[in-house]
Design a protein around this ligand. Structure first.
Ligand SMILES: Cc1cc2nc3c(=O)[nH]c(=O)nc-3n(C[C@H](O)[C@H](O)[C@H](O)COP(=O)(O)OP(=O)(O)OC[C@H]3O[C@@H](n4cnc5c(N)ncnc54)[C@H](O)[C@@H]3O)c2cc1C
Length: 551
């Protein structure tokens, strides 16, 4: 069994865990991050991707609003290539309480959010697809943030500064020494091998799974999960973030992101046991589309690409099981104070966009335990790719403008190194998102993409209109070329990828989407013979035959 020694152990590779790894590395603390699946595979990759201005909280939750606007300003500086500074609107529809408009403006003034009453005419000029019946509009500094790029850039920086990371590796036990936590036991989910990591402090950044990790340490931390479903539309129908100007409710945020738009969300309290097995229901989709159509009427004529859901990690701050003391803010727990277990910290709650602040708070506490005095610098130093200069790519590589711009969009100033990287292959792997063979090779070599599903999070492969149908098999080939995987492993990756995509498409199978799914099945079966390949686990009572899945 492999054994690793370190100072700090981080459990969970969501935005928070990745941010903590970077923070430790910047303070010169040796750290190891363990992630069960892939970076941003948990709630971090399952949300709107809205970089709140704070206006959504300005009426009811002043401290969240202040937190949001402070982080909004910081992230726009340090994570430039992960953010699209779209701006946002809060629009009032006929029937909405008109008084909320004034309350929101007053709340924004009080919390330092630059909100401006722009009126109906200017709002329609800025966002022509808006419902022309809106009665009022406020402009706010909302923006969008790509959670995959954000997590990956934090890890890239952490690793370049000495952090060690393991993905597809599950924490299965906490090693205790007297009244202190001393390490973790893990299992590599791909190889099945066991691993022990020994450290002086453990940070539990496993989001909604934090309850399970605490249980492994013999302590209780109750989570009250709240499920939210979202729907992705085939193309970008809005250019600004559109919020409904009313008390926050379902289906009131429409967010543009890359080449698509996203409407969300629902909110439903669910039993903790069901966090492992979530599905979006047709009723949720219909409700979201109905509400979204009120903001942008042509939404109903737009093809639905896929649906997905995430779970808000709401934490009970006390020890009671009633859930009356649930926090919607950041929860930092020193388990020495709370449970008498030293060297064990949990950081949970908060938002994607407060990940850096959460990381700072958790790392500050961990450093106090380690006796490290170095201060946090994550608010000052740009992430790799987000530096202010623009690299002169054209002189170094032989690619068209759209390919260069797409690569730059995804990787910022690292685009030059990617496009001028080793190897003679200048082919395009994904036409929807303009991803080159070099970018794929870079993601496999430097961004810990272990399979095609991971590759999707690093490069947006499979996120465009074809949903990976035309590029996934090329990616499988790239894994053979770059990583030397054999044919059966590459085929397995392809099947896993198609199954993953299928999960998001299944709830929205009607109209054009149904026709496209049948077309996709026909291609997979006719071209690659995948209809006859039995997927992972078959024969052990848990597998599925692709052919049956598509029917
Ligand atoms: C529907 C919805 C919409 C949202 N919209 C927004 C938004 O627009 N803007 C915003 O700022 N926030 C939004 N949020 C909130 C935001 O997504 C989360 O607060 C944030 O992503 C949590 O990140 P995290 O890193 O703390 O947790 P996660 O991203 O959940 O990370 C935890 C990680 O721990 C790993 N893990 C679990 N168990 C183990 C184990 N045993 N061993 C190793 N690893 C393990 C998981 O695989 C996971 O990757 C939304 C949330 C939801 C649910």
């Amino acid at each position: 069994m492999e054994r690793i020694e370190t100072d700090a152990i981080i459990i969970g590779g969501g935005a928070t865990g990745c941010g903590i790894a970077r923070d430790f590395a910047l303070r010169g603390v040796d750290c190891v991050l363990i992630e069960k699946h892939d970076f941003a595979a948990g709630t971090t990759g399952r949300n709107h991707g809205l970089l709140h201005s704070g206006a959504r909280y300005a009426v009811k939750d002043e401290s969240s609003a202040r937190e949001c606007i402070a982080e909004n300003i910081i992230l726009k500086k340090i994570a430039r290539h992960c953010i699209e500074d779209t701006g946002g609107l809060f629009v009032t529809l006929p029937g909405d309480d008109p008084a909320y408009h004034d309350l929101l403006l007053a709340g924004c003034r009080k919390t330092g959010i630059a909100a401006r009453d722009i009126g109906r005419k200017e709002a329609l000029a800025r966002e022509p697809n808006l419902n022309p019946e809106i009665t009022a509009a406020i402009a706010v500094p909302d923006a969008t943030i790509d959670p995959f790029r954000l997590a990956s850039s934090n890890i890239l920086d952490a690793v370049e500064r000495g952090a060690r990371v393991r993905t597809h590796c599950e924490v299965t036990g906490i090693i205790l020494s007297g009244t202190a936590a001393a390490g973790i036991r893990c299992r590599d989910r791909k190889s099945g091998q066991r691993l022990e990591v020994h450290g002086r402090v453990i940070v539990n950044a496993s989001g909604v799974w934090g309850q399970e990790i605490c249980r492994l340490a013999g302590i209780e931390l109750l989570m009250f999960p709240s499920k939210g479903s979202m729907v992705i539309l085939d193309y970008r129908i809005n250019s600004l973030v559109i919020n409904r100007c009313r008390k926050p409710g379902d289906g009131d945020i429409l967010v543009p992101g890359d080449t698509v738009s996203l409407i969300g969300t629902t909110s439903e309290k669910i039993p903790y046991e069901s966090i492992h097995d979530l599905e979006v229901t047709p009723d949720e989709i219909q409700a979201l589309l109905r509400d979204g159509e009120k903001l942008v009427p042509n939404l109903s004529r737009t093809r639905v690409l896929r649906a997905f859901c995430g779970v808000r990690p709401l934490v009970a701050t006390g020890k009671g099981a009633t859930g009356r003391d649930i926090s919607r803010g950041i929860v930092l727990v020193d388990h020495k104070e709370r449970d008498g277990l030293d060297n064990f910290i949990t950081i949970a709650g908060g938002k994607l966009m407060t990940y850096r602040l959460m990381a700072e708070q958790a790392t500050d506490l961990a450093c106090r335990k380690l006796g490290v005095t170095a201060k946090c610098r994550t608010h000052l130093l740009p992430l790799p790719g987000s530096e202010r200069f623009k690299v002169p790519i054209r002189r170094r590589a032989n690619f068209g403008e759209s390919v260069i711009e797409s690569t730059y969009y995804r990787h910022g100033t690292r685009a030059g190194d990617i496009l001028a990287g080793p190897g003679a292959d200048e082919s395009l792997i994904c036409e929807c998102e303009m991803v080159t063979a070099r970018e794929v090779a870079y993601a496999i070599r430097h961004l810990q993409a272990a399979d095609i599903v991971d590759l999707r999070r690093r490069t947006r492969i499979g996120m465009g209109p074809c949903q990976g149908l035309l590029c996934a098999y090329r990616c499988a080939g790239a894994f053979m070329d770059v990583k030397g995987v054999d044919g059966s492993e590459a085929t397995r990756m392809l099947i896993d990828f198609l199954e993953e995509r299928w999960k998001g498409i299944r709830p929205v199978l009607w109209g054009d989407t149904l026709r496209e799914a049948e077309f996709a099945y026909w291609i997979c079966e006719g071209t690659f013979g995948l209809g006859k390949i039995v997927a992972k686990g078959a024969g052990k009572g848990e597998g599925v035959v692709i052919e049956e899945e598509y029917k």
